[in-house]
Unconditional design. Sequence first.
Length: 309
Amino acid sequence: MLEQYSKPPLSHEEQLQLLKDRGLLVEDDSKAMHLLHHISYYRLSGYWHPLLQQPKYLHRFKPNASFNNAFKLYCFDRELRQLVLGEIEKIEVAVRAKMINTLSLAFGPTWYADKQRFTNHRYGHDRTLQKLLDDFRNSQEEFIVAFRKKYSDNYPPCWMIMEIASFGQISTLYSGLKGGRSKRAIAHHFGLDDTSFASWLHCIVYLRNLCAHHSRFWNREFGISPQMPNTPSKLWLTSESIFSIKGSHGKLNSRAYYMLSILLYLLQTVNPTSSFRKKFFLLVNKYPNIDLAAMGFPSTLENEALWEG
């Protein structure tokens, strides 16, 4: 039976005292108060949760657990999200470009409006198309305004509409496309089958939104489990690593290691000289208290060619 939430709000001074009473070492009260004011107790709580003793519902900190250590986890996570967002941008732009080129040449510039090309045209595609058209009518982008002033067409060419579409809409359009040569060609360009590519696009949209809303990335068990690709044509994780993922965690491939591996895989096409791997390990070295195992990284990482270099 559900109970009613009854915890009272606490002042920042009371929050700090509560942490001390639970055994957290606070090195600098003034700094801690500043962070509670400007980040908030609840957001920071995700980073001192790993510092709690078992059972964690007792809210007692481990010996030597400190406010500064928790804040370092927060800083690492913030920098990791910024790094991930930068790489997702490159992937998103590349996906848009490939879809525009492949599908416009195959089906014409307004393929996205042809309901018969979509498996979900009665429901999902209708909503997506309506949202695209609403965005088109309301957009103040110069190229959209110029098109509306000059042309009477109900649907602008895809190379315009796709530039103002959200990545979520791009993912939904690809996922809803009927199977065929063009859909496979887009996925094959990125080294995947079309089912896996649709799953990975959904995953990247999820990651993008998570990072954009400043949610915790570091030791999260993500709410989605992107598909394992059946026949990847580029460098991918070894079966030993995948078995480790399956055997060590609750949900299949729902940890940061797998999500970051997806980005590395796609960057082989999008940016073959990417320094993402190097930047990630530089970030890890900057914060030596980071436990890669908490991110789902296997003990066999040194055998993973995808993560070498």
